[in-house]
Design a protein around this ligand. Structure first.
Ligand code: GAL
Ligand code: MG
Length: 974
């Protein structure tokens, strides 16, 4: 007999969103449930209707089979669907995983309602018990529940089969920009309830301490509820009582039938501790459903945060305050499992974000694992919860296709039904990149009616008009909008909605230029409230390079460190699994590496989010302000640090003033500034004063800095030495293996490549300039060398004047760029050193990597970093390791010999083991062969990074202009 579930071909029927699935609800059944996680029998079929034959293998649940040794490997595509069939069709070859295991149903579950919960399966789930069809579900990132009471026997054993079809009509609306996988990605549970059960619980808790809990009660048979049931509640010891007025109204209302039980609990909490991302105060709520005799039939536990979210005018307010949204987009990702994330992983994600100043998460682009929201409530994050709808490749067709109407409403409503009780969720999102159509309006209508307590947003709607009240978005939530457009909108007088970018500052490779400019504008412009950086992760999958592109999957932990995969492994990106169609390294666009090591941008972000600001230095003292929305400075400790260019660093404990949110005060200078010592910088190193859930005491929170004294112009005493220049006009120096020459090229960043700059630079021949010596001119002890660097379309004249100075040589350089080279990567000197100079010490910005348009979080001071640790291992090798604002540095061997360089002004410097051409030649970090010596760049000018791989390029002020550039530096031997 044909299986009715197969006969229905639900994988090509968008109208069928489920069959036999229980309604979504917010009652958490995880505690007390039986876990069905672990090893299951597994077969991978070539199509859902292929015969199930052959030997079983084993698969881990939860997990994707694409990471578990099957022939069906991960594939990365951004927009394009991986097959040509139009919606709602799927390709004939359609990997289908059949998972099977026995389930033992406890005898004591007799008389109870027995429910199977499948945490998430992509993209169609078919459930059979002992060969009998039980149900169907779609919606790959939400749980599906099925009532098994009629198909299993308490005390008996049954065979549970979960069939997961990879490609379906649903894949066309799950076309998000990440890896395609197949499998069961979240836990599978079996639990039992009393037939009389809490079918749903809706908690509303306001800033004023008012609590309202709406309960839906059902009896398993679906018939009338037994007489006399009631509910009770307890909020951290405070009784929460059934609202008699509500009951009375229901009793009199003939619409309310007695098979659908409704009851309301209410309480008012005196002196309530309100919930915000800064103050994530939670109360424990227990809701009990009683039988008439008072015994408890069902219990539901919740953590309640009292808070209000509203839009007033064009401002998004939390508890009446206009907050800033310092957000990031987060996928459920893990380099070993692909999709499955553990509690510890999610906690580590959020702890890291918290430590780096983030206060918001957009669950791009589907509801994340349920635990994520628990952690967001607990640690303090504002969440934009996004439904699993992205039809990117066929967006326009699907948005108005009535066959998909069900799916849109189903996905949005199920998300809301699951997550509505989380205080962290402050905004609902209808999905991503799916054009805008009637299906969206239908879903929006459902949300607005069901949950009027939160705004909703949808970028596809907002795009039609940031201020248009008719569109299904309460927020103007563009992606990658130019900053000037945002500011202009806020100043236009036309703004009607809060402007919070759902995606901005694309973190692909060495990126996130102009983040500080964005935040300066956001904080200075009423109407702008922040945004969500794209994105948290680099989705690099750990891959054994010897094993023919196999994901390592299970058991690979520990095979990476500090962002780098161990020898023999690499971070795979698009194309590394032999996919013909793929989008390459576009999947590596996060602010953390695949092992969660923070990229340098994180340090800048931390500083931009500083809760305590050092606004400047006036005659009478230092201006300090509390930049938070809801709390004082009690949780912080401070230390003053005075860095003198010619002197050391002095420290003193800082007494932090008592400042309420938004307040400013002036404190006296903690040090008398020494007369000598040159340029002086004062830093307030701010740390956590006590252990917090997300940071032990002493964790750095920010380090705002002010300059107390500028550098005095340096006088170089003339020396008596000789400068040796070879026949090619190049400096001869015992510590240099390659003399300083002119460089206009950097290994293109992802932004340079995708933004088209690298192509232009290559066309101009900047990667292979041909140097021609014009003249060498001796004058006294000094030498002037004139040369020309020819590209394919222009010639750069370069002059180096070498002058002996005490202990070394000063090099005054000038480069004249022709008009056509109107935007180059850098203008500066490059040279290489002998091996053994392995420590860089400098006075300037640091210690982490910084660039002209991404240097906000790198304070000026004395820094010291081993050369091997200066380089940032972006997945696709590219320009990296730069340090901005360097005044002078030494490169030394362990015996303290080496060289010292003094720069005429703060300059961009990089010291790495790689030439630009080494980096350009390879596609993965593991292919790089470090050189023994150092490759040193000193730049008169260095182009900003921008974010042109997806979004705006850097600002004109960070471009390198044509014309004359001058710089000088002194090279000495230590
Ligand atoms: C956005 C999209 C994201 C991602 C990003 C680029 O358009 O919403 O999913 O593709 O661009 O990395
Ligand atoms: Mg997309």
């Amino acid at each position: 007999m044909t299986d009715p579930l197969l006969a229905l071909r639900p994988w090509e029927a968008p109208e069928v969103t489920s069959w036999g699935r229980l309604p979504m609800n917010a009652v958490d059944r995880r505690t007390g449930a039986h876990s069905l996680d672990g090893d299951w029998r597994f077969r991978l079929l070539s199509a859902p209707d292929a015969p199930v034959g052959g030997p079983w293998s084993t698969a881990t649940v939860p997990g994707v089979w694409t990471m578990q040794g099957t022939d069906d490997l991960p594939q990365y595509l951004n927009i394009r669907m991986p097959y040509a069939e139009f919606p709602p069709l799927s390709p004939p070859v359609n990997p289908t995983g059949v998972y099977e295991r026995e389930i033992d149903v406890p005898a004591e579950w007799a008389g109870r309602r027995i429910v199977l919960q499948v945490g998430a399966a992509e993209s169609v789930l078919l459930v059979h018990v002992d060969g009998r069809p039980v149900g169907v579900s779609k919606d790959s990132h939400l749980a599906a529940e099925f009532d098994l009471s009629d198909v299993v026997r308490p005390g008996g054993r049954s065979v549970l089969r979960l069939t997961v079809v990879k490609w379906s009509d649903a894949s066309h609306i799950e076309d998000q920009d990440h890896w395609w996988h197949g499998g069961i990605t979240r836990s599978v549970l079996l639990y039992a309830t009393d037939p009389l059960q809490l079918a749903d619980v809706t908690v509303r808790a306001g800033q004023d301490g008012a609590l309202r809990v709406d309960c839906r009660v059902r009896d398993a048979g679906g018939g009338a509820l037994p007489e006399g049931w009631y509910v009770s509640g307890d909020l951290d010891g405070l009784p929460v009582t059934q609202d008699a007025a509500f009951d009375l109204a229901n009793a009199e209302d003939e619409r309310v039938s007695d098979f659908l039980g409704e009851a309301r609990l209410t309480a008012r909490v005196p002196e309530v501790r309100t919930w915000t991302a800064e103050t994530p105060e939670l109360y424990g709520l227990i809701v009990r459903l009683h039988r008439a005799d008072g015994t408890v039939a069902d219990t539901s536990r919740h953590r309640v945060g009292f808070r209000d979210v509203e839009i007033v005018g064009r401002d998004l307010l939390v508890n009446g305050e206009r907050i800033f949204v310092r957000g990031v987009n987060r996928h459920d990702f893990h380099p070993l499992t692909g999709r499955t994330v553990s509690y510890d992983d999610m906690r580590a994600d959020l702890v890291l974000l918290k430590r780096f100043g983030f206060n918001a998460i957009r669950t791009a682009h589907y509801p994340n694992d349920p635990t994520l929201y628990d952690l967001a409530d607990e640690l303090g994050f504002y969440v934009v919860d996004e439904a699993d709808i992205e039809s990117h490749d066929h967006a326009h067709e699907i948005a108005d296709d009535p066959r998909y109407l069900n799916a849109f409403v189903d996905r949005v409503s199920r998300m809301v039904l699951r997550d509505k009780n989380h205080p962290s969720v402050i905004i609902w999102s209808l999905g991503n990149e799916s054009d805008y159509g009637a299906n969206h309006d239908a879903a929006a209508g459902w949300v607005r009616r069901h949950d009027p307590t939160r705004p909703l947003q949808y970028e596809g709607a907002a795009k039609r008009g940031w201020a248009d009240p008719e569109l299904a978005s309460d927020i103007a939530c563009p992606m990658y909008a130019p900053l000037e457009d945002c500011v202009a909108h806020a100043l236009s007088g036309q703004q009607t909605k809060p402007l919070i970018q759902c995606e901005y500052s694309h973190a692909m490779g060495n990126s996130n230029g102009t983040l500080a400019d964005h935040w300066a504008a956001i904080e200075a412009t009423p109407g702008l409230q922040g945004g969500f950086i794209w994105e948290f992760w680099d989705h690099g999958i750990l891959q054994s390079v010897n094993e023919d592109g196999r994901p390592v999957g299970r058991g690979g932990a520990g095979l990476y460190d500090n962002g780098v995969a161990a020898p023999g492994y690499r971070w795979a990106y698009g194309g590394d699994f032999g996919e013909k169609d793929h989008d390459g390294a576009f999947i590596a666009d996060g602010v953390v590496f695949p092992d969660r090591t923070p990229k340098p941008v994180m340090y800048e972000h931390r500083e931009l989010a500083a809760p305590l600001r050092l606004q400047g230095f006036r005659h009478e003292g230092l201006v300090l302000s509390n930049h938070q929305h809801f709390r004082g400075l009690e949780w912080l400790a401070g230390e003053w640090e005075l860095s003198l260019a010619h002197g050391g660093t002095l420290t003193a404990t800082a007494e932090l003033p008592d400042l309420r949110p938004g307040e400013t005060t002036v404190v006296p200078l903690p040090f008398a500034l020494p007369e000598d010592g040159g340029e002086a910088w004062l830093t307030l190193r701010v740390t956590t004063a006590q252990d917090l859930p997300w940071a032990p005491r002493g964790t750095q929170v920010c380090a705002p800095q002010v300059q107390l004294r500028a550098a005095a112009p340096a006088e170089e005493p003339v020396g008596s030495g000789r400068v040796e220049i070879d026949a090619d006009g190049l400096l001869v120096h015992p510590l240099l293996t390659a003399a300083p020459t002119l460089s206009l090229w950097r290994a293109p960043t992802d932004n340079d490549e995708l933004g088209g700059m690298a192509l232009r630079w290559r066309t101009w021949g900047l990667d292979s300039l041909v140097r021609k010596l014009l003249s060498v001119h001796q004058e006294g002890d000094g030498v002037t060398v004139l040369s020309e660097y020819a590209g394919t379309t222009g010639v750069v004249r370069h002059r180096q004047v070498f002058t002996p100075v005490e202990g070394g040589v000063r090099i005054d350089e000038q480069a004249e760029l022709p008009e056509e080279f109107d935007d180059v990567a850098r203008v500066g000197s490059v040279f290489e050193t002998v091996a053994g100079l392995d420590l860089l010490e400098w006075f300037g910005q640091g210690p982490w990597e910084s660039y002209p348009d991404r240097s906000g979080g790198a304070p000026v001071g004395h820094h010291s970093v081993p050369v091997d640790e200066l380089f940032t291992p972006y997945l696709r090798p590219q320009e990296s390791g730069g340090r901005h604002g360097v005044r002078r540095f030494t490169l030394s061997a362990p015996d303290a010999t080496g060289l010292a360089v003094t720069l005429d002004e703060p300059r961009q410097v990089s010291v790495t083991r790689y030439r630009a051409e080494d980096l350009t030649a390879v596609s993965h970090h593991d292919e790089l062969l470090p050189r023994a010596g150092c490759v040193v760049h000193l730049d008169a000018a260095h182009r900003g990074l921008g974010t042109a791989s997806c979004g705006p390029d850097t600002f004109p002020s960070y471009l390198v202009a044509p014309g004359v550039h001058r710089w000088s530096w002194t090279l000495r031997v230590l």
